[in-house]
Design a protein around this ligand. Sequence first.
Ligand code: BES
Ligand code: ZN
Length: 839
Amino acid sequence: MTTVPRLYNQFIPTHYDLSLTLQRAERVFTGTVTITGAAMSDTIRLHAKDLTITSALIDGSEARTSPTDEFDELLLEHDGLKPGNHVIVLGFEGTITDGMHGLYPSLFEHNGIKKELLATQFESHHAREVFPCIDEPEAKATFDVTLTTETGITVLGNMPIDWQREEDGALVTAFETTPRMSTYLLAWVTGELHRRTAQTSSGVEVNVWATPAQSAESLDFALDIATRSIEFYDEYFGTAYPLPKSDHVALPDFSSGAMENWGLITYREIALLSDPTTSSISTRQYIATVIAHELAHQWFGNLVTMKWWNNLWLNESFATLMEYLAVDALHPEWNVWLDFASSETIAALRRDALHGVQPVQTEVNHPDEINSLFDGAIVYAKGARLLHMLRQYIGNEAFQSGLKDYFASHAYKNTEAHDLWDAFTQASGHNIGVMMDVWISQPGYPVVHINQTDGTVHLRQEQFYIGDHPSSDALWPIPLDATCSELPTILDERETTVARTHSSLLQLNKHDSAHFVTHYSENLRQPLLEAVASNELDTVSRLSLLNEATLLARGGYISSADLLPYLKSYAHESSEPVWGIMALTLAELRKFVEQDPEAERRLRLLSGNVAREQYEKLGWQQREHESEEETKLRAIIIGLTLYSEDPQAIDEAQRRYAEGIETLDPELRPGIISSVVRYGSDELALSLLERYSSVTNAELAQDICSGLTSTRSLAVIETILASLQDASIIRPQDVGRWFVYLIRNRYAREKTWEWLTTHWDWIEETFGGDKSFDYFPQYAAAGPMTQEQLDAYIEFFTPKRSIAALTRVIDLGIVEIKARVALLERDSPAVLRALRSEE
Ligand code: BES
Ligand code: ZN
């Protein structure tokens, strides 16, 4: 594997003076950059990609420039160039292209007129597409930026505007000098925008911006969360937000969810805007977590930055943990730690069980691999879980005091894992590096087998796998968090036996904070299930017990048929997050019945029966004083009832839909649209697709997408597939979502796979080079259920393993599908038998 050369080792930039002229209509830009810095040798290499260099001076005299083919490098040579300080001045030109990185247009329609913004996306290594620079996180420098644009628009940068004037019919905007920062965090947004403004208690100006196609009220929720999150972090991190302002901009076209550019955070519309009359609670919770995540990066990532991308988790794992800490402080009634225990935990445990998965801390050899590092389940979810585990282990006080020291000592600099561990070691008195290094550098996680016989408890750990794997002798230092004081605090050996005389309920990982699953022996599991049934177990425990059962079934430690008795114990459950796992458990069983109509009928009945008590209690109509949790739970319950094909529920969905999409309870909207699409005419579905193409409310658009993709009509499926490449109907930013929903729909699976294989060139052309490129092999692995489909996946994707950005996801995709095919073969007879005996 080729290793990417680090240019920072031979040229250390300290300041950039950058002027850019954006010629939007012509889709080009021109620029001049003056870079001050120190050369370590007699040549200088900068990063530059798809730029034409028009002039080059080093210390005032002309330099030769030549692009190298590999690694986006630009070689600068100058006779007699010596190591030491130099000033480089480069003139350059580049193009504004549609791929959502570098400098790109973001399109919208307002009052029937097509308009566009220009925006940048530089993480992880796209600054080099806009100006020559040392495009590495360690190469921190200060930046003076001047932009020349058309007049009559808003021009935003990382810093406040220093001066702005019109010159020769153009608008020239100069920003204040930035603090020392990495190139991937620079950003600009230009165009027609409106805003709402507030101030934090310490005087930081907070603005939320959107295009004029969006209402002013839809900015308010985000503004409140952003302002209060900054105040929370000011206090929690003990270092004040470092810039005078914090802008948050909703962009109509945006590749990821949001991006933490320093002082100018950019978002997808759905991740920032919420119409107070039509947005759901779930959407507002999502928005709050995205804002809290990106704001956490203003410290974690922006103020203190990883030295190199192998420590990306220092950014992302932390920001993910902080999402929950901050939102919990702002909205304690949301109980977001339960969402952490479900969504982050499931994502992490499912993916981290596959052989070949990356560790949290992963080496990067090639620039194209950088994008593939952002495996959400690992670098976000698992990493956050590990930090949560650490926080639980040392306590919040030591955790917070360690963080305060970390920011105080490393502000405006770069760090590696050990810098953080050192801060926690100081604060807690435990040797944190020893424990945490194992967790972040080893892929996977353990299952702890536990059983109790005649006064002794036996514990044994081994690596937990779903699917094929070589043998592993990996061990982890596992904080057991047991309900019984005889058990060790940390299990770091293969196995151990301890004496235990009493027989009270025995539980491991009581707070679901450590990253492992527990396999209880029958005599320990039974009392736990009884405690669930009699409502004596706390919510997190109920949630994780069931979630871990689904994993143990996937891993072959229990049979999937055992999930049915589990569900029975949860018959009187009332917690919404636990219901989320119950619905997921039922969904785990759906794949077994695809080929067996009678078994499917029984699973549908079972789902309806499981949901009935709550269905009767909650009904369809929101009550005046119900809690947000109840409102959300209603959506899960109605979803299960609709899955059961209850004729009255199907009619009720139809009746409500007929009153107009805008009248629907936002929480129920996706389920109702799915139901009417599933049982309605092709005309209805096609009219929804038409509506989708013109809708400006991103949440409604998303609900239509999830509804339409549950169609069973081949004609509708074909029309949707044909629209995936038509940006006037489905924006490229949304293609991945449509694709994964379709491939998960068994009626659309074959056709969607066919679409992928016949339009691969288009996918590569449109998404290659972007972080979203690897979603396609990853999402495609969510569909296949049979050996034949597995073979097709292997045949199609194996040759594409040579694309560095895809190698790992393809390998994991194969492991994942193989595991699913084996699971179906292994457990089908028992599941079908169990369903047949269901009344
Ligand atoms: N820094 C990332 C976004 C990013 C990563 C952009 C890699 C380009 C390349 C940002 O902080 C992030 O994590 N965004 C998430 C949303 C977040 C709330 C989990 C995303 O985009 O999915
Ligand atoms: Zn992030």
